[in-house]
Design a protein around this ligand. Structure first.
Ligand code: DAT
Ligand code: MG
Length: 159
């Protein structure tokens, strides 16, 4: 039996700084080792249209043009990860925005120093995650499969 909680999805982007620095494998590995389920992954070049929607809460900030240019400076890796309370779990794995003050052990805390070049994006709420996964992935790009490891990642009443 599949439980709704384990079906929660979140969007992660591996940002251009991480692509340039050869950190794709390291970052993907953090989520894999946590026990999350990868249900979608692709490389894509972002344009102003998707960035304006994705960062709609920031379009009036003075740093928005440089943020958009940074996000267009190379392709990104877009991923959809699934799991129990995965939105919150992934935010914790990523660490806070300003990477040089992010907690050691988190992805940003271990791998970055900057506010804008902070190696990853992760959806911040369940509602935003649903919209962001839809924005970056077509339905047929999201995969449904059995992850046998779940037997060991979750207790029976959590699955
Ligand atoms: P987060 O990525 O932690 O969810 P956010 O949604 O507030 O943070 O901002 C999105 C991105 O915008 C962030 O990862 C880096 C950039 N950014 C945020 N605040 C900034 C600032 N004061 N100066 C430059 N870039 C900033
Ligand atoms: Mg955000």
């Amino acid at each position: 039996m599949e439980f709704d909680g384990v079906k929660e999805k979140t969007l992660v982007l591996v940002k251009p700084d991480a692509i340039q620095r050869g950190l794709i494998g390291e970052i993907v590995g953090r989520f894999e080792k946590k026990g999350l389920k990868l249900v979608g992954i692709k490389m894509m070049a972002l344009d102003d249209e998707i960035l304006t929607k994705h960062y709609s809460h920031l379009t009036d900030k003075p740093f928005f043009p440089s943020l958009a240019n940074f996000m267009k400076s190379s392709p990104v890796i877009a991923m959809a990860w699934e799991g129990l309370e995965v939105v919150n779990a992934v935010r914790l794995l990523c660490g806070i925005t300003k990477a040089r003050t992010a907690e050691a052990g988190s992805i940003r805390g271990d791998l970055a120093m900057s506010v804008s070049c902070n190696v990853v994006h992760a959806s911040d709420t369940v509602e935003n995650a649903q919209n962001e996964v839809k924005r970056f992935f077509d339905e047929e790009e999201l995969h449904n499969y059995n992850k046998s490891e779940y037997e060991h990642v979750y207790a029976e009443d959590e699955r």
